[in-house]
Design a protein around this ligand. Structure first.
Ligand code: UD1
Length: 360
């Protein structure tokens, strides 16, 4: 019986792992989950295990926060020990975080084949920690489960051929399942006193977004003065940054800064939102699937298909560009009359990968 280790640690991993865990839990394979502990707050981790019915991790490394090298090396050291003790046949890693990189390096040096969910994604900005991580993880993976044809092409351009497989986006299955289940969880619309299609949903968490306080403050000031209220479930990184710079969280009623939300709550707000403004790659795709226009707070995106199809504008962290993009989308929303193309594949990506690997 094959022994498979799934290594998760940060919020986006839990969402990507969900459809695969469902399939593997019902298979004859021996499956273990290791949590690196990169994300540790209840609403950054536990709530996702609960809502997405993920298997409880057998081990939590409790790595927590730190510089890039500290976080990555602690994951490497912790994962290496478990891999030496338990000798799995395969290791599954997800996305592009420091946890993904640390686990990949540990497994690669023990010659354990790595299955990388969401391989081949690029944005060509080498100053993003995630972009550095992606290039290394993809190179070392035995199997890259690519979410799009573009991701396969990216790997081919880098000379990576054998491991590149277009199976589609695992997040799409999680998204579809959530949509079929949610009905105004916790009365969010009433709780935040908003009206469907009359509010903007925003998230901001990238390292680049939290480098300059004055720039971030200008964006929040812009949000405070828009015609629509803005709901901002705030990532702890951004909250810490604002707090340490003395930001007044009570300053404006139009900007509702709230705690990070669970997956179901987030998707519910998303499908009811008029617009999304975010620096999250995951939310960019989810807004595309929900036919909600998205303004990206980065100059580049890992999901250029959403820009090409008219559902995403790259505004960067420039308030003038953000304001122009909001007016543009409100005056001229993208055309929803034609059926939306999904460059990220149909449902069933995790199953396609598992069959491709002859695991079931
Ligand atoms: C990480 C990933 C990013 C991903 C994001 C999703 C890397 C390099 N980045 O960024 O790609 O999009 O997760 O959220 O791995 N913190 C808490 N509680 C938590 C988690 C974090 O307070 O549960 C705080 C800590 O102060 C920490 C800061 O947030 O220093 C940043 O956390 P970290 O995990 O290093 O990076 P993210 O910004 O979450």
């Amino acid at each position: 019986m094959k022994k498979i280790f799934s290594i998760v640690g940060a919020r986006p991993h839990f969402i990507k792992a969900a459809p695969l865990m469902e399939i593997l839990s019902e298979s004859k394979l021996e499956l273990k989950t290791i949590h690196t502990g990169q994300h540790y707050d209840t609403n950054m981790s536990d709530i996702f295990f609960d809502q997405l019915k993920l298997p409880t991790p057998q081990i939590n490394l409790g790595v927590g926060s730190g510089t890039h090298a500290t976080q990555t090396s602690q994951v490497m050291t912790g994962v290496e020990k478990i891999l030496i003790d338990e000798k799995p046949d395969f290791v599954i890693v997800y996305g592009d975080t420091n946890s993904t990189l640390g686990a990949t390096l540990a497994a690669a040096k023990l010659y354990i084949p790595i299955i990388h969910v969401e391989g081949g994604v690029r944005c060509e900005n080498k100053k993003m920690p995630e972009e550095i991580n992606r290039a290394i993880i993809d190179k070392l993976a035995f199997y890259n489960a690519c979410p799009s044809q573009l991701a396969v092409d990216n790997l081919h351009k880098e000379g990576i051929f054998n491991s590149a497989n277009f199976v589609g986006d695992f997040m799409f299955d999680t998204y579809c399942l959530a949509r079929s289940q949610i009905k105004n969880p916790n009365n969010l619309i009433e709780k935040y006193n908003i009206h469907p299609k009359k509010f903007i949903l925003s998230t901001i968490h990238r390292e680049e977004s939290t480098k300059s306080y004055s720039r971030l403050e200008s964006i929040l000031n812009l949000f405070s003065n828009l015609d629509y209220p803005v709901i901002l479930p705030l990532h702890p990184r951004t909250k810490n940054f604002l707090t340490s710079n003395g930001y007044n969280f009570e300053s404006n009623m139009n900007l509702k800064i709230i705690e990070p939300l669970g997956y179901l709550e987030m998707i519910y707000l998303l499908i009811n939102a008029k617009l999304v403004i975010t620096d999250s790659g995951g939310l960019t795709k989810e807004s595309f699937w929900s036919s909600v226009p998205c303004i990206t707070l980065m100059d580049v995106t890992t999901w250029p298909e959403t820009v090409d199809l008219g559902w995403n504008i790259l505004a960067g962290l420039n308030t003038n560009k953000i304001e122009d993009s909001i007016s543009k989308f409100i005056k001229n929303p993208p055309n929803t009359s034609t059926e939306l193309l999904n460059p990220y594949g149909d449902k069933g990506s995790a199953l396609r990968m598992v069959k491709d690997l002859n695991w079931i």
